[in-house]
Design a protein. Structure first.
Length: 202
């Protein structure tokens, strides 16, 4: 059985610099009607930069919505028509001052499926080289390096709460656990679907 809802009407009630808020009237499976409040977001890209000794370059910055600093992988929203992979590479250079010789996809996540259509594309960066960081105006952050196993433990303790960072660290740890030249099969959450993929780690 396929579950679905039919849009009957839509009204935009806010249009901001980053997001748009819509209120939709929908028809449910049983014929009744309901209202959906939806945040429209251009999507984003995040990148976990893993160096040769399994340390990860992270950023610490104040997040106003939560009223505190958070530890995160470099990430940012997509510009109109921007390729997510290129966006991730750009954010890594701007925020951490790193260039990646190797970038591979870790899939994508839907961080808030109940009311938000944002999709965050995740990437793993290796073969890193230093360059000059160029944070955006008004962006204040500190770059930190943390061992990948430590990030996984922080996630399990509840000390690492950012969804994209928790997901990327878990997948990267699964890759690292099998060694550099092995093949492995893992289950990765790709959006709303669970897909089994085979990856060769070079």
């Amino acid at each position: 059985m396929t579950h679905t809802e039919k849009k009957l009407a839509s009204r935009e009630i806010f249009h901001g610099r980053i997001l748009t808020l819509e209120v939709d009237r929908v028809e449910l499976e049983d014929g009744s009607q309901s209202r959906r409040e939806i945040v429209r977001h251009p999507g984003g890209a995040g990148i976990l930069a893993l160096d040769a000794d399994e340390s990860v370059s992270m950023i610490r910055q104040f997040r106003y919505a939560f009223g505190r600093e958070l530890l995160e992988i470099p990430a940012g929203k997509l510009e109109p028509g921007e390729d997510p992979r290129q966006a991730a590479i750009r954010e890594l250079e701007e925020e951490c001052g790193l260039l990646a010789g190797n970038v591979r996809s870790l899939g994508c996540i839907y961080p808030s499926v109940g009311y938000d259509d944002e999709v965050i594309h995740l990437y793993l960066a290796t073969d890193l080289q230093n360059t000059d960081a160029r944070p955006d105006p008004g962006e204040f952050l500190t770059v930190e390096r943390h061992p990948l196993p430590e990030l996984v433990q922080m996630s399990l303790r509840g000390d690492l709460c950012d969804a994209k960072t928790v997901t990327a660290a878990a997948i990267a740890k699964a890759i690292a656990a099998v060694g550099g030249d092995a093949r492995y099969v893992t289950t990765i959450v790709l959006g709303a679907k669970v897909k089994t993929v085979k990856v060769k780690v070079s």
